[in-house]
Design a protein around this ligand. Sequence first.
Ligand code: C2E
Ligand code: CA
Ligand code: CA
Length: 823
Amino acid sequence: MGAARKQSVKFDARMFEDVPVLQRTWRAALKPGETLPRYEDVLLGSLGRLADHMVLLKCENDAFAVSRTGRYAQEWLGDERWDIPMDALRPDCATVLSEAAANAIANNRPYLTAADCVRNGMVRTYDVLALPTFARWGGTLVGAYVNERGAEYNLLDAIFSTTDDGVISLSTIRDATGRPFDFQVVHYNQAAVRLLNVAERSLLWQRLSNGGHLLCSQAVVGRLRAAVKDDQGDRFEIDSDDRTLRLAITAFGGILSLVISDVTSLKRRDASFRLLFDSNPMPMWALDCETMAFVRVNDAAVQHYGYACETFLRMKVHEIWPKEEWLSYTQALRDIGDTYQSEHHWRHVKADGTEICVLTFGRRIMLEGREGYLVAVVDITERRKAEARIAHMALHDGLTNLPNRALHQERLGEALESGNAAGKRVAVLCIDLDLFKNVNDSFGHPMGDCLLKQVADRLRSRVASNNLAARLGGDEFGIILADDTSPKQASDFAAGLISMLSEPYEIDGNQVVIGASIGIALSPGDGTSSEELMRNADMALYRAKQDGRGTQRFFEREMDHQVQRRRELELDLRRAFANGEFELHYQPLVDVALDKISGFEALLRWLHPEKGMISPAEFIPVAEDIGLIVTLGEWVLRQACNEAVKWPSEIKVAVNLSPAQFRSRNLVQLVISALANSGLSPKRLELEITESVFLAETEANLAILHQLRELGVSISLDDFGTGYSSLSYLRSFPFDKIKIDRSFVKDLAKRSDSVAIVRAISGLGRSLNITTTAEGVETTEQLDWLRAEGCNEVQGFLFSGAKPAAEVEQLLRRFGARASRAA
Ligand code: C2E
Ligand code: CA
Ligand code: CA
């Protein structure tokens, strides 16, 4: 700064000669005893070229007037006129001339001062030497020598080009001892006029001591004086009414440049910043860019992070980062621009060591002259947890917390992708719990839920590393074995699962036993996509279920065909009813004692247009699955009643009911309606149910059975002995008839246990007064056994298979009075 200033100062050598020369001349002209030299002795004759620089001032009535001016002086004054009052001069010149002249006269000696004048946007400093003289014709004449000092400051250019602020240049007015005591405005811009809220007139050339605006206060003048004295800049703010002005003083020797800025809004911004910062509910802080130290923290930050404010302010930002992130976070912070928004989550550590996850928003700011970051923090730890929970929930089963079907599918896809690429096999196991429905139905859903959770726990215990156990829905689970599994490994794994899942479960003090069936599909042979593999594992499961409980089956291509066939069957079934492809056949029931037909069992027949006769054993389960059984069952009942009413009055008709018909709720109404429409006596109608009716909604179904029995129809328990607890059902409902399943009849001659069972059932029937009917009697030998064991009724090919209605009459004729065996 100093060097630059020196360079810009041009010294005019003449000045060093002219001023001392004139001072010497003045002293030489002073005669002893006189206070002032004569005008002629000082200012006339000997001046030479200095005359160009002179302004001759007359003092009249304590006021000065210009009487003569030299050429140089005229340029300086911007005026060539002589004999004009001082007021007519440019004020900057007039002020310094009056000042110098007055001082000279008051002290009776030459007075040297400097004048700062602005010419063509440049501040120029002029030396003014006032030489007081005494005129012979009376009065005082002051010769003022004026010359530019030569220092030039391109001040205004510099300031005006860089600011919209108010700029005022002041020249210093010194007292006789050289001490600055007042200031005169020598230049100003429009912004200054506006900011100081003064008329232009009261600004230019005015001395601050004249008052009239903000700069004239004691306080401001005091600081201006100090600035001149110390030759140093200054910066401070002054308040007026509702405004705050910031003054920046730059001193250039005797001239001061004053930059005035309205910082009212800035102050307000600052105040609102403080308010926003300090009482913001968001944790916020300011960091020093260089040291990375906290330089300000707000209350929320103190509370949130748990550090006392003083502690915080002694810390550096990395102290709230986890150690392992120091490098990356530091780099990230260095990379940010003027403003930033978290693109990713940051990990912060609180005072108590807990880690939080935050988003940060920041901007670069100036903080007390230093560069810093202002940072606001949003703690998203909870939000992240919630998001994680939601994400988890979307991919996991709420009850068991196992991965759900979606995640299973996703993982299988991934496993297959890498497996296919690496030539490794992936096995997928579909698990279905055996008898789960029973537990659910008989013990209630809460119990079923407990069971599923335990099953899940067991499955979880078996899967490790990149294998996965998932709940696919209901009582169905899936397992992915991703580690290049061989068929043997998959099979062993499945066997292990089955035995594990078949271990008893302890639920609320009850021991529950279930089992599991498993279908297995293995990539790439059974499929390379997750969909294909799952479909095939599902098919294998279906087969495993069919083949009996507790089995595992690998997928085979043949299964695919079965599924295909089943799908076709479903489609055909829907169509078949509308097309009238169904027909009822009737199979005689023969009274053993009387040896004659006591009734007929109505059995459904489906004559498929292409495939021919399809067994009800095959299509009834499908009709149950697709819900067609209700309509179909209704048709059967009405049809059977309509037919039976044509038969002799002692001949009964037996109609099979599906559990699905019980669920339809209007079964009793249907029976009443069928009887009423046909005119058949309820006594002639037998309804056959299997124990599966008791597996679900037992109470409701029992109520229906009681209502049916109230109507006078009889109820038979079909396929007796094939279920699990046939005997217990006999206690729950007063059946009219038990139909011993044909599997016992078939083995009568070969297996003693079958004989024992038949004997037990008929004995039970006798004691409970329930008719016992044996199904599937094909041989006279069987008939003899049954008769010997006290069976009441028989049914089977020995007499006749099921025949169309048209053949009933003929059958009745054959076995009417006395049934003789079929050939
Ligand atoms: P089910 O009620 O046990 O019917 C007796 C089944 O045994 C009939 O098979 C009958 O043809 C067959 N059968 C009769 N005597 C003999 C014999 O001496 N030896 C052999 N091996 N079998 C014999 P079908 O007609 O194929 O019916 C199968 C099952 O379909 C029935 O078993 C019954 O559960 C169901 N079903 C048939 N018609 C209907 C119906 O209208 N509604 C309902 N819900 N189910 C029906
Ligand atoms: Ca039956
Ligand atoms: Ca049966």
